[in-house]
Design a protein around this ligand. Structure first.
Ligand SMILES: *[C@@H]1O[C@H](CO)[C@@H](O)[C@H](O)[C@H]1NC(C)=O
Length: 292
């Protein structure tokens, strides 16, 4: 009985995994904001959007890096494409309104808000030190509150276009893992807030969709560096991180298809979240083993 259920479930998952009904044409002329777009998955999402004919405003703290992303966009996309950058620090919540305003002024509206930035910081234990407590505030501002503020300021514009909000989260936003407590909290918070907001949007009859991205280990420069710094070279060797460009495309597809949640790499992230509720202790033990 149980075996049958598991087989059917795996079959459905595999079918879903192989099903690719993404319409690349649908991105033509769409107006997109990508946050945290100067490196990693955000940068790769910007390139996909540009390649697929969208107008894009990229934002992050570093203006020089953003300028380079826009230059690269002209290579992979239209040399005369409408690509813009706007440098902003997401720990200053007043800058969130400026980002949206700038994008709407430049592109004349908004179809996709892709929330992707995070505060980059080292892995470490929760010691309860003053440093840990101060950092918790910044992490919640950047990783959580800035997402809420950006979505809030964007909502009137997204309502007009029946647009999409894409929230990039992590397996750490579905499963508690050691040495990332504050980061994990900010990602769980995103799930709570945006799943609740999605319900309200549906109740209101709004056509704006909210997609939560549950992302596993990706070989971005940041992720790799932090794991190496934490002495987790073997994790990178055993888990084989996926390519940022592949993660980026999967997230865009999930948003384009208005999925409530998307998982990448699909099998491992989806399995972890399914097993989490069935067998929390064995799963947690494996997780501790990997990080100890
Ligand atoms: C917490 O604080 C301690 C001591 O200040 C530090 O060693 C550790 O890396 C911090 N952890 C995090 C996650 O910031």
């Amino acid at each position: 009985m149980w075996i049958k259920l598991v087989v059917v479930l795996l079959g459905v998952m595999l079918g879903w995994y192989l099903l690719d009904d993404f319409n690349a044409e649908s991105l033509q002329g769409k107006r997109v904001i990508v946050t945290g777009a100067s490196t990693g998955i955000g940068e790769q999402m910007a390139y996909h959007f540009c390649r697929l004919g969208a107008q894009v405003l990229v934002t992050s703290r570093r203006e020089a890096a953003l300028k380079k992303v826009v230059d690269n966009c002209r290579e992979v996309g239209d040399p005369d494409g409408k690509y813009y950058y706007y440098a902003a620090d997401m720990s200053d919540l007043t800058s969130t309104e400026k980002v949206i305003q700038e994008a709407v002024d430049r592109m004349g509206g908004l179809d996709y808000l892709v929330l992707n930035h995070i505060l980059v910081h080292n892995l470490g234990g929760w010691e309860g030190s003053p440093e840990n407590l101060t950092r918790l505030n910044t992490i919640m501002d950047v990783n959580f509150k800035a997402y809420v503020h950006l979505a809030t300021h964007a909502m009137p514009h997204l309502d007009k276009t029946e647009g999409r909000v894409i929230v990039v989260s992590s397996v750490a936003g579905k499963l508690g893992q050691p040495f990332v407590a504050a980061y994990s909290a900010s990602k769980f918070a995103l799930d709570g807030f945006f799943s609740s907001l999605r319900q309200e949007l549906i109740l209101k009859g709004s056509k704006v969709s909210v997609t939560l991205g549950v992302i596993g280990l990706i070989g971005t420069e940041n992720a790799v560096n932090k794991l190496l710094l934490f002495g987790k070279k073997f994790l990178l060797e055993t888990l084989k991180p996926a390519l940022p460009a592949d993660a980026a495309l999967a997230i865009i597809k999930g948003g384009a298809n208005r999925q409530w949640e998307m998982y990448f790499p699909y099998l491992e992230t989806r399995l972890i979240t399914l097993i989490r509720d069935w067998m929390p202790k064995p799963l947690a033990a494996i997780n501790r083993y990997l990080y100890s």
